[in-house]
Design a protein around this ligand. Structure first.
Ligand SMILES: N[C@@H]1[C@@H](O)[C@H](O)[C@@H](COP(=O)(O)O)O[C@@H]1O
Length: 265
């Protein structure tokens, strides 16, 4: 794992965009897109580069990571709508090149199998963007998800439903079930970019990076992957202990290290 600590959210967004841009410019690319607030800066930066610097997605395909069960694609909070709104509508993907899961499929298991097959048919994912949940989930693989899981239906924990309630009119409107790429599916991407922003993610980032590989922290499965880049801001890095192994892109002794030492006393 390559762990890069950047001073702020803008630098995380720019560095993630650099990695995606490099792959997209190299030739037909398959990009894995995540929802949530964390990748929004990256998407804004990619849109800017598309408009101002000629970055084109015409030869690229995109696959979404997950979807709520029961929401039609047209619902503003379906992940297909979110991805259209936050990136796809603002760049030049071909009309059939952005793939998502159908949360209304009558047979969710068949839909999940279809999705895994369509990722494979596209040649697999070249660069997968991931955020991380406060409980260490990636995609919607909640704690205790099989580290070998494939795309499938899952039940959300109350914690995740609370975390995501801000996107819905009422907390009870957050669907209880989701379809998500499995941990095994995610591990097949050739390059995984895990993004973490803010202090609320510091515990999950530390467990994912420094904890044991355990279903209790699904993101820890990434330790088994051969090409993971973790891009985090200083706040999300604040609970990491083994700072000698990480790359800091700013000052010698960031302020939060003092904070961490003070808290230990
Ligand atoms: N399914 C998504 C995840 O893909 C995302 O990583 C997580 C964190 O979201 P945020 O980036 O808003 O903190 O939220 C949801 O649960």
């Amino acid at each position: 794992m390559e762990i890069i600590v950047l001073p702020d959210t803008d630098q995380v967004a720019r560095t993630a965009a650099d990695i995606i841009e490099e792959r997209v410019r190299r030739g037909p690319a398959v990009v894995g897109l995540a929802t949530g607030s964390t990748p929004l800066g990256t998407y804004r930066e990619l849109i800017r580069r598309h408009r101002e610097e000629g970055l084109s997605f015409t030869d690229a395909h995109a696959f979404l990571l997950d979807e709520y069960v029961g929401l039609p694609a047209s619902h503003p909070e379906s992940y297909r709508s979110v991805i259209r709104r936050e990136i796809a509508d603002h760049v030049d993907f071909a009309s059939d090149a952005v793939h998502g899961l159908d949360g209304e499929a009558a047979d969710p298991a068949a839909e999940a199998a279809r999705y895994d097959a369509s990722i494979a048919a596209a040649g697999g994912i070249d660069v997968q963007i991931l955020g991380i949940g406060t409980d260490g989930h990636i995609g919607f693989n909640e704690p205790m998800s099989s580290l070998a899981s494939r795309t499938r239906i899952k039940t959300l924990t109350e914690q995740t439903r609370r975390d995501n309630a801000r996107f819905f009119a009422r907390p009870d409107d957050v669907p209880e079930h989701v379809l998500t790429q499995g941990l095994g599916t995610i591990l097949e991407a050739r390059h995984v970019l895990l993004l973490g922003l803010g202090e609320a993610k510091a515990g999950a980032v530390a467990a994912a990076v420094e904890g044991p590989v355990a279903a209790l922290c699904p993101a820890s499965a990434l330790q088994l992957h051969q090409h993971v880049t973790v891009l985090i801001d200083a706040a999300a890095a604040s609970e990491l202990e083994h700072t000698e192994y990480y790359q800091y892109t700013y000052g010698k002794k960031p302020a939060w290290q003092g904070f961490r030492a003070a808290r230990r006393r």
